[in-house]
Design a binder for this molecule. Structure first.
Ligand SMILES: NC(=O)c1ccc[n+]([C@@H]2O[C@H](COP(=O)([O-])OP(=O)(O)OC[C@H]3O[C@@H](n4cnc5c(N)ncnc54)[C@H](OP(=O)(O)O)[C@@H]3O)[C@@H](O)[C@H]2O)c1
Length: 304
């Protein structure tokens, strides 16, 4: 049975609890091999004074990136719909001496995105760097059973939302003479598994959008790159959480899913590991990188 077959059985809505019951991966084992924060950024100052704009930083990868950019001296403006979480991330960054502002915005709404970019630039200038990260995933659903509303929601968030962000960011970057635009894509830019049609279609769109934006803007010294995470332990995975299972059962289920689906490292990424890759790609160390989508997947795509 192929990789996707194995994991689909494991993570089907019926199969998830059963899989968890038969497996016992401890938190320590699942975390083995993760990089320490100090090793990831070297305690650096790579983004001192830079204006960084992030969509979807109320949780997960975006939150980790906001914290990491601020730790390295950036001024970070970020959005998301959940105000309470946005304020909490802003507070966390400020309390540790960083600079950040939460601005409520829904990337599905053109007016919100435009106003987010304008307010962020008004506050911090730039933007020098944008990380267009906001995204959602449906529970695994065969495509003929995806409702039109669900399809539109995924497309509006995961691809149209990225287009809107770029649309309003690029003129500022051109005016300023350069910048870096990152997009959080996915390994689903390259391959998929049963039940992820809407998500995969949108993430494939990211590949083309990044290529097109890179070509159009290289002469303006704007680099455009997608970081393509594999399975990462964030709230997004909760879309697949079967009803009625305990937190411990869900933790074991996710560990089992990673064991089956991530052939090399056999674990999920921590959001901080994906954020670290995004920061590296945004840095001058990657000055020749543009138009590409870079998998950061623990060897998930390497396996058959
Ligand atoms: N976790 C994974 O395994 C994985 C793998 C590959 C790629 N990714 C990608 O990584 C990105 C971040 O996801 P995550 O894993 O960190 O999950 P997450 O914790 O659920 O974070 C998603 C973020 O996007 C924001 N968001 C969603 N819809 C939005 C909207 N309409 N307007 C504004 N913000 C919105 C959420 O904020 P609000 O809910 O507050 O609006 C949240 O801050 C996504 O693009 C996802 O596709 C994740």
């Amino acid at each position: 049975m192929g990789r996707s077959g194995k994991t689909d059985v494991l993570m089907s809505r019926r199969g998830a609890v059963g899989a968890a019951a038969g497996l016992a991966f401890g938190g320590t084992a699942a975390m083995a091999g993760t990089a320490r924060a100090a090793d990831r950024d070297g305690g650096g100052e790579r983004f001192r004074g830079k204006s960084v704009l992030i969509t979807g930083a109320t949780s997960g990868i975006g939150r980790a990136a906001a914290i990491a950019f601020a730790r390295e001296g950036a001024k970070v403006a970020f959005c998301g719909r959940r105000e309470r979480l946005g304020r909490a991330v802003e507070r966390e960054i400020r309390e540790s001496g960083g600079e950040a502002t939460y601005l409520k915005a829904d990337v599905r709404r053109p007016r919100d995105v435009r106003s987010f970019v304008e307010r962020a630039v008004g506050r911090y200038g730039g933007p020098d760097i944008a990380l267009n990260n906001a995204g959602i995933q449906l529970p695994f659903t065969d495509l003929h059973e995806v409702s039109i509303e669900e399809w539109d929601d995924v497309a509006s968030t995961n691809i149209r939302g990225v287009f809107l962000a770029m649309k309003y960011q690029i003129p500022y970057m051109r005016e300023a003479g350069g910048g870096v635009i990152l997009v959080t894509g996915s390994t689903n830019q390259f391959a998929t598994r049963t039940g992820l049609a809407s998500y995969t279609a949108a993430k494939n769109g990211v590949t083309g959008l990044v290529q097109a934006a890179a070509l159009e803007n290289a002469a303006h010294h704007i680099r455009v790159v997608a970081v393509a995470p594999g399975m990462t332990d964030t709230e997004m995975l909760d879309a697949h959480r079967p009803e009625g299972i305990s937190d411990e059962e869900w933790r074991l289920t996710k560990a089992a899913f990673a064991e089956q689906g991530v052939d090399a490292m056999k674990r999920m990424a921590e959001p901080e590991e994906i954020a670290a890759a995004a920061l590296a790609l945004a840095s001058d160390a990657f000055a020749f990188q543009t138009g590409t989508s870079v998998p950061v997947d623990g060897g998930q795509l390497a396996g058959l």
